[in-house]
Design a protein around this ligand. Structure first.
Ligand code: GAL
Length: 343
């Protein structure tokens, strides 16, 4: 009798376990995404964040799957970001979207994510290859820095070929420029600087560097540097090459304070304030990442790997890991004729 009871119990347990197993396989009706930004006050990152929020709502409406975004600001601290990641995992996030503070130091985040089995979509600040190769559920979304730089150089080359005096403002056969660089540890700063200048040289623009400096992507830092340069080298600077729009706007602020209007300023990003400066003619041009695609790739990839679905085909991944967002040149109308030109 006891033997029969035991068998019945074992049988029931097996049936229950099987039922629980099949329940687990039911499709998820909600997803929780943990997002950490290296700095919440960065203009470009904020533009991307807005698109991500918009695309997540769009996905929720279309799919009926509830999307919870938990967005945190790491305020420039890798330690803070690491704690945010711990919290996301403790809260049961299905996927993480990380804009690393220190791209060289993503290993702790990767360790935690791997242990918990939570995939990670990194963006904008590219972790080193060695880290990215540690797991096949790590992805990166960004723009190709060399392509950005070549496009930035090309906009001046094109203008110089059409209208040399629009670039060589004093007509002395030399284009004197200053350079504003982003954070020294960021992959974009070095590559953008190198290839932008190389493209100007290869394109036959007779450039000469007056000076340059690091302004860490920031408008106020760039404005202070430009103010010093204008005082030290009055009436010489003809072109400001900036690694991003915010620093370009800082240079424009300093030029305005000094009452100078004939210096060309070029940026990168196509941020909201950058686009305003372009429309009002203060910025000569910028290289704009397609933010719609950038943000929708973050959401699309995060949602599909968080739900354990196949990855979306519209964001082709190089080496199964990297999605490079397309970008375009935008120049002000006076440089090209009609309206803002998109190449
Ligand atoms: C760059 C962008 C900068 C800044 C930086 C932050 O790609 O051009 O404006 O946002 O990323 O990592």
């Amino acid at each position: 009798m006891r033997g029969k009871k035991l068998l019945l119990l074992v049988g029931l347990t097996l049936i229950l376990t099987a039922c629980q197993g099949s329940q687990k396989e039911e499709p998820k009706t909600s997803i929780r995404i943990g997002i950490s930004l290296y700095r919440g006050d960065d203009t470009f990152i904020n533009n991307i964040r807005s698109v991500v929020e918009e695309k997540a709502k769009e996905y929720e409406r279309e799919s009926g799957i509830k999307v919870t975004l938990d967005i945190q600001d790491a305020k420039g601290s890798q330690n803070t970001q690491n704690s945010q990641v711990e919290r996301f995992i403790a809260l049961g996030c299905d996927v993480l979207c990380i804009n690393p503070v220190d791209r060289m130091d993503a290993s702790l985040i990767i360790d935690r994510a791997m242990t918990a089995g939570v995939p990670v979509v990194f963006f904008n600040r590219q972790p080193v290859e060695e880290d990215m190769n540690r797991w096949d559920r790590l992805y990166y979304i960004g723009v190709d820095a060399r392509e950005t730089a070549v496009l930035q150089g090309r906009m001046v080359v094109d203008l110089y070929r059409k209208q040399p005096d629009a670039v060589d403002r004093n007509g002395d056969g030399v284009v004197s420029y200053v350079l504003l660089e982003g954070e020294s540890s960021h992959q974009d700063s070095l590559i953008r600087t190198e290839w932008s200048i190389q493209t100007l040289k290869d394109g036959g623009v007779p450039i000469e560097k007056i000076t340059g400096g690091i302004a860490n992507w920031e408008r106020s830092q760039a404005s202070a540097l430009m103010e010093q340069w204008l005082l030290a080298c009055p009436d010489i600077i003809e072109l400001v090459v900036s690694n991003n729009d915010d620093m370009a706007l800082g240079a424009i602020d300093a030029l305005e304070r000094a009452g100078i209007a004939d210096v060309n300023v070029i940026g990168i990003d196509g941020t909201t304030p950058g686009m305003e400066a372009l429309k009002s003619g203060k910025l000569l041009g910028t290289v704009s990442a397609n933010k719609e695609l950038y943000g929708s790739a973050i959401v699309g990839l995060a949602v599909s790997c968080g739900l354990g679905e196949e990855l979306p085909e519209e964001y082709p991944l190089e080496e199964g890991t990297y999605y490079w967002t397309p970008q375009e040149i935008l120049v002000r109308d006076s440089a090209q004729g009609e309206g803002i030109e998109e190449n």
